[in-house]
Design a protein around this ligand. Sequence first.
Ligand code: TRP
Ligand code: SF4
Length: 430
Amino acid sequence: MTTLDPWGAVKIDNYSKLFDEFGISKFDELLSKIKNPHRYMRRHIIFGHRSYDSVLEAMLSGKPFAAMSGFMPSGRAHLGHKMVMEEIIWHQQQGGEAFLAIADMEAHAVRGKTWKECREYGINEYILSAIAFGLEPGAHIYFQSGLESVKSLAFELGIKANFSELSAIYGFNGETNIAHMVSALTQSADILNPQSKEFGGPKPVVIPVGADQDPHIRLTRGLAYKVNMFVVEERQDNGRSYISVRGKAAPKEALREIAKCTGGKLHEEHVDIFKYSLEEVGSTVCEVELKYGGYAFMPPASTYHKFMTGLQGGKMSSSVPESYIALTDRPEEGAKKVMRAKTGGRVTVEEQKKFGGEPDKCTVYELLLYHLVEDDSELLEVYKDCVGGTRTCGNCKKYTAELMSGFLKEHQEKREMAKGRLGEFGLPKL
Ligand code: TRP
Ligand code: SF4
């Protein structure tokens, strides 16, 4: 939802605030444990996370985990969407299950798109590109309106979400249409759906998002907690630690069963357990909760990436085509946009030679960094040459424009091939 922007246009140097004020953890701390870190990880473009440890642990031990994201089929897919697609695909390549939602309910309710437009944009803009980037069969690609588990979950989550909480996040007021509110819940349902019983039950799920999307994640983590039957907590008593399981509106027999399985002491609304670890109790509670028809959701994990700057400086905006490169821009068009992009160059060539360029303020460099140069040492050369003043922006733009048109050409060829592969993903043929 683009109306949501609690941190405004977050500048690169401002990201550190998110750690202290919002409780997002540093991704760097996990980096060394990741086997084949993605370009965005290596280059610190992904800078933060919540609970990503749980995903990583599953990844390293071969347990089930998933990655999911959703796309609103109301505009053109661009390089920003590519980032999310690549992150989902990378997790699929590491053994995770991939989920890709087309948020047609949201586009219909919030943007006034017809169902037919949603279908077309969903397939042409997002699904074809995701397949072209390497999404493999086995991925769950779905339209929100077509997935029963998501819609019924959204309804259930609605019981635990109230108007004030949603308004604070999404800016709802008395004029907001009800379906808009439903679509906000549907997004939370998308995020928790990979853990529903139709999809194999509780598991770590990561949602890769841009830094401004954290409020959705926090909302959904809160809802997951609220719809669960039990809360498992570590407690201290006279220096002795134990595990306490609290039943929130849980059936009495379920609490009794937990006490029995763990040898714990049963109280009115909780069980205290002294013999088992948090993890052991957690898995018992999960089993019992599922048996009694509960969800036992794990809080969804997230990773946060930095935004790309708009090509003219400022923000990328879907209403300003010159500010972004769409995945279906003609290769020449993409190259032209690069040639017109804002650089970090100096006013004159003399100054450039003397002081060097400023790649950190250069949208052309950003294209290389985020998308066009995979090899780290090659990128480092560009950086050094730029800072050292031996690189001129004219040549650098030409080099980047060529890479860009090559990328678009190849991507569009792959999109053509993807058209014949929709059936492999359980989607109707074009
Ligand atoms: N609301 C998102 C957007 O505006 C789309 C979306 C729907 C989504 N469901 C999601 C994003 C689940 C992440 C996870 O683009
Ligand atoms: Fe940007 Fe390249 Fe110019 Fe450096 S030389 S400022 S990287 S366009």
